[in-house]
Design a protein around this ligand. Structure first.
Ligand code: ATP
Length: 202
């Protein structure tokens, strides 16, 4: 699966709809300081389900919405669309019947985020899992922020292990295990309750 397109509307400094074609091979983005190069990487990460505002260099998630400039009013929503080329049919099971996958995340002020996969409403978790299983994703080590190399060198072994697990594409399994454990605990609580009821009836 390859990134083939990135579309931004109202995301940070990209107030007007901006469409980037990501061709095969190496893609470079050049521009003066502050022109929005890092914002592009953040857009990718955000649409993949990043939920920590600090990872977007903001205090709250709505900070990704274009905040206005001298000559332009602020926007009410931000939207990022990632298009993935799936002609090699390597997308994870369940997502593998289309030539292209389009993942859309939109945040609206006072409403929050909504995700779509090929036009259908999906949950944040579905998008996060899709990318985690494809060993990319919001925390992917393939997306390197400024200062991240230094963080990696100084990281404690546990943190470094998490990075390796993300690269190996197994972080989705941890999430599933966590969810299964929560379900198990809820079921155990229910069983205890049933036992109580049976005891009262006896
Ligand atoms: P550098 O080379 O310094 O890292 P860069 O090209 O990576 O810069 P970014 O840090 O991606 O640039 O972009 C920062 C720009 O985005 C700043 O001009 C900032 O004002 C603008 N910006 C960030 N968030 C918003 C927002 N919510 N609304 C409007 N503009 C924003």
């Amino acid at each position: 699966v390859q990134f083939s397109r990135l579309r931004l509307t109202g995301f940070k400094s990209f107030v007007d709809p901006t469409d980037l074609v990501i061709a095969d091979g190496l893609t470079g983005v050049v521009g003066p300081n502050g022109c929005g190069k890092s914002n592009l990487l953040e857009a990718l990460r955000w649409a993949m389900g990043e939920n920590r505002p600090t990872a977007m260099r903001g205090d709250g998630m709505e900070d990704v919405i274009f905040a206005g400039a001298a000559s332009r009013p602020a926007r009410n929503f931000a939207e990022v669309v990632i298009q993935l080329d799936n002609s090699d049919r390597l997308a994870p099971a369940g997502f593998n019947d289309a030539d292209y996958l389009e993942i859309t995340r939109r945040i609206t002020r006072d409403v929050g985020s909504a995700y779509k996969l090929n036009g259908k409403d999906v949950r944040a978790r579905d998008v996060q899992m899709l990318f985690a299983d494809a060993s990319t994703g919001a925390h992917s080590p393939a997306l390197v922020r400024q200062g991240q190399i230094a963080e990696l060198i100084n990281a404690r072994p546990k943190a470094r292990r998490r990075i390796l697990e993300e690269a190996a594409g197994i972080s989705g399994l941890y999430q599933r295990r966590h969810e299964a454990e929560l379900k198990l605990r809820a079921t155990e609580t229910n069983l205890t309750r049933v036992d109580d009821v049976i005891e009262q009836l006896a």
